[in-house]
Ligand binder design. Structure first.
Ligand SMILES: [Zn+2]
Length: 463
């Protein structure tokens, strides 16, 4: 009876999957949820955290992160420490990081894990970007290492991937990786853009009356994304692969994917916070340059309708800590990408609730669904007995402001600079330990590597 616990979280409005917000207390032991109990039950615990009136959610998962000064791989302690600080300050407890290399990922994984080890505030796993015949040969060993999802840049034809050190590819390579992923219970995360059309628009005369973000959108219009999304989704059905379309930005792309889902179910859709909150008139201007581009307001509105309709599986950030100095240029020469992991939960939660989206749908999109799709559930993505004690406590009765400082990223800017939120993240708990306490980062950076044996349909089939 007098069992003892490490931490009791008491008084909160706790989000329990399938039940919604519940008046329960949580007991944590050895980094996991040990029990969910009635508020009036007495227990012994080393520490009690009173969160009366606060919302307690499963820690958010950012399924789309790039780390490293050159965005390819985290190499030094800073890459890991600063950017995961940004994540936990925004309630992210697990991130999935894209490693991009033309080398064997057996060595790259070891190096990346070494860089993350004892530096990461959050738990983390990896996706690998596939680009070479060697990657294809080693596919099975990558899955054995706990990486069951792989990115493919459909736009890397000819020299387009050279800036990341990746060779050009074609549809036969894509077909092969789709087939392999189906064989090994893995998933392919394509970057869908038709680069031949991009080149044509890029090289055409630009309309000088357009704003920076309007011009960038015009140079990579939505149908360029939709065309590629449709094609990879169709080839997924041919090969039996699971496909997770990353950073879906436009109405055309969502509609193209939903059409394919009618014929074949294993197609999943990610969007990013920027496509849900920024449009081509945004003051962020060139700081918000990204691929696919920030779209006009109609697309933002459409994406929320898609969220409401349950068509969006997950929201990620496409976090990329490109330094300010690479952005403060004209739209054509500035680097694409920006930091955003710290905004995924607070922005999606605030804007989603304002638009009448249910808390259950929001939690699913920022946590649970990604855990399920990427083979981390129920260890991650839910508050349940036996799950990791990854929790975020949100004060819905206070406000907060997004700016470069509150985002903690080494990039030193945010496209949401000055955005006021009707809530604040007060505690983030990773594996039972505080990563953020009373809004302040702690010294705890003992995030763990998450081994993921399956992704996509193979992972869902096991639930
Ligand atoms: Zn990305």
């Amino acid at each position: 009876m007098s069992e003892s616990y490490d931490l009791r979280i008491t008084g909160g409005n706790v989000f329990i999957e399938g039940q919604g917000v519940s008046d329960v207390d949580l007991l944590v032991r050895d980094g996991r949820i040990a029990a969910i109990i009635d508020r009036h039950e007495t227990t012994t615990s080393a520490e009690t955290l009173d969160v009366a009136g606060k919302l307690v959610l499963p820690g958010a998962i950012d399924p789309h992160v790039h780390l490293g000064k050159d965005i390819r791989v985290p190499r030094d302690p800073d890459d890991a420490e600063r950017e995961t600080a940004s994540a936990v300050a925004g309630g992210i407890t697990t991130m999935l990081i894209y490693l991009m290399s033309s080398e064997s990922y057996v060595g790259e994984l070891e190096a990346a894990r070494a860089a993350m080890d004892s530096n990461s505030h959050s738990d983390y796993g990896f996706h690998f970007v596939l680009g070479t015949p060697e990657h294809l040969e080693e596919f099975e060993s990558y899955v054995d290492l706990g990486v069951s999802s792989f990115k493919f840049f459909m736009n890397f034809r000819g020299d387009e991937g050279k800036y990341l050190g990746l060779p050009g590819n074609d549809d036969s390579f894509m077909y092969d990786i789709l087939r392999k992923s189906a064989e090994h219970g893995a998933m392919i995360n394509p970057h869908p853009e038709n680069i031949e059309l991009v080149r044509m628009f890029r090289d055409a005369d630009h309309d000088s009356s357009l704003s920076s973000l309007e011009a960038w959108n015009a140079a990579r219009p939505p149908f360029v994304e939709a065309d590629a999304a449709q094609r990879v989704a169709y080839l997924a059905s041919v090969t039996g692969a699971s496909v997770y379309c990353v950073h879906t930005s436009s109405r055309e792309a969502v509609e193209a994917l939903v059409r394919q889902q009618d014929a074949y179910p294993n197609i999943f859709i990610e969007t990013c916070t920027q496509y849900l909150t920024l449009d081509t008139s945004s003051e962020a201007d060139v700081y918000a340059k990204v691929n696919p581009p920030i779209r006009p307001r109609e697309d933002v509105e459409f994406l929320w309708e898609a969220m409401k309709a349950g068509q969006i599986d997950a929201v990620g950030s496409d976090h990329n800590a490109r330094h300010r100095t690479n952005k403060e240029k004209d739209i054509w020469s500035a680097s694409a990408g920006f930091p955003g992991t710290g905004g995924v939960l607070p922005l999606t939660l605030a804007e989603g609730l304002r638009r009448g989206i249910g808390l259950d749908a929001i939690v699913d999109a920022v946590s649970t669904r990604a855990a399920k799709l990427f083979g981390m559930y129920p260890q991650k993505g839910t508050i349940a007995v036996g799950s990791d004690a990854d929790l975020v406590v949100v004060d819905m009765d206070s406000t907060s402001t997004i700016n470069a400082e509150t985002q903690h990223s080494a990039a030193e800017y945010t496209p949401w600079e000055g955005t006021e939120l009707p809530l604040s993240i007060i505690h983030t708990i990773v594996g039972g330990k505080f990563a953020l306490r009373d809004g302040v980062l702690t010294d705890n950076h003992e995030g763990h590597y998450i081994h993921r044996a399956r992704s996509g349909a193979a992972a869902l089939g096991q639930l």
